[in-house]
Design a protein around this ligand. Structure first.
Ligand code: ATP
Ligand code: PH2
Length: 175
């Protein structure tokens, strides 16, 4: 089993429902358990400013899926949430980024690990600091990066994402 950290974001439609739906979908992936979830943060858009504010958060998984299989699953969950890719940094119903997978490094056509832009983004690093108060996540020290972003515009909402208890197989098969 490996630990993986997922960044979640949404700025179109019902943002809270999108993030909660994503956590629910992650917990249903084969060989996967959601072990930690952050609070939900409301964040000013970074990159392309003329778009609605985002809800962002982060989740930690314990998974038997490989990094590429997990990325494929994230893209599937985004598609099921109605995401249409229009522009880089533009608005989206759901964005799931594979931030870290154990201490793995990877740089191929489909996947870069750690996520190449995570250390520049306070909307990623603030939820991460909540999950890893020591400032190092899966071998990646990130606290200094957060200090360096100098970005504000990340506010905690009163919402938390819920992790539902795993159900016995008989629950899913209806027997
Ligand atoms: N660590 C990663 N997590 C998620 N996608 C990745 C990662 N590394 C590479 N990718 C690739 O990036 C592609 C485009 O991702 P996406 O459309 O979500 O980008 P974006 O959300 O606009 O920008 P950003 O990646 O900066 O958040 C994906 O199809 C995927 O193959
Ligand atoms: N606040 C915020 N800004 C963004 C976000 C995001 O999730 N939150 N995602 C982006 C592209 O992935 C670009 N800008």
């Amino acid at each position: 089993m490996a630990d993986a950290v997922i960044g979640l974001g949404a700025n179109l439609g019902d943002r809270l429902a999108a993030l909660q739906g994503a956590v629910d979908a992650l917990s249903l992936l084969p060989g996967t358990k959601v072990t930690k979830v952050s609070a939900v943060y409301e964040t000013d858009p970074v990159g392309y400013a003329e778009q609605p504010t985002f809800y962002n958060g982060a989740a930690v998984l314990s998974t038997a899926l490989s990094p590429h299989a997990l990325l494929g699953a994230l893209l599937g969950i985004e598609a099921a949430a109605g995401r249409v890719r229009r522009m880089q940094n533009g608005p989206r119903t759901l964005d799931l980024d594979l931030l870290l997978y154990d201490g793995a490094k990877c740089d191929d056509a489909e996947l870069t690990l750690p996520h190449p832009r995570m250390l520049e983004r306070a909307f990623v690093l603030v939820p991460l600091l909540e999950l890893y108060p020591e400032g190092t996540a899966l071998s990646l020290p990130f606290r200094e990066a957060l200090d360096k972003t100098g970005q504000s515009g990340v506010r905690k909402t009163g919402y938390r994402l819920a992790v539902s208890e795993p159900q016995p197989d008989s629950f899913h098969s209806g027997r």
